[in-house]
Design a protein around this ligand. Sequence first.
Ligand SMILES: [Zn+2]
Length: 236
Amino acid sequence: MRKNLLLLEELQELDLKVDGRQGERQVLTDQVAELDRQVEEVRLSVEVKKGDLALLEQERQGLEANLATEEDNIVRSEARQKEIKTQKEYQAVVKEVTAARKLKAELEEQILQKSAQIEELTADIATRQEELNSLEENMSSRKAEVQAGIDRLDQEIAADAASKETISKAIPASLLKRYVALRERRQGIAIVAARAGNCAGCHMNLPPQLYNSLFRSDDLILCPHCQRMLILHQES
Ligand SMILES: [Zn+2]
């Protein structure tokens, strides 16, 4: 049994190393996600502004169409003026033309305002697009660094997995199964040292009779407090 327990100890050391690396890997994976999120946030804000710009341009087109209509109206009314026979008709047309010119001036003013807004927003978008480009560049090099860390961890985890397999093959299957189940229930620690009458897992005193039996028998002995497997390590 002692030989198997020593193997389990070795296996547990590897398992804990892998747990640590998985933890580090998770941190790095989260960092990559965070970098992506930051870029995405700026990209979205640029998209929103582009949408606003498209809307403004659409509005300006509408105003320009109205302006063209008013200009047509003026031309048509002025053409009609030449064929008018009565004073009453003449006055009506003059009124039409005056109203159309007033509308035309208002539309021209609105178009100017819209154009100014468009110009401002276009400049704003260009600035933000530049910011986005440099952010993307910056982030992609940072991401490459983090990814290199992830790749390195993956290699180490794969190497550990190979070592684990070699050790696991030398341990009886039923004991290995117990070890795996215990590790799940006991925060990754299934086998602990019994030293100076104490359990190194839960730091409780072991009953003297049980502690003594660790010296005498070669059976599997569990800590009565934390149920972990005990392996005798005498003080050096
Ligand atoms: Zn214990």
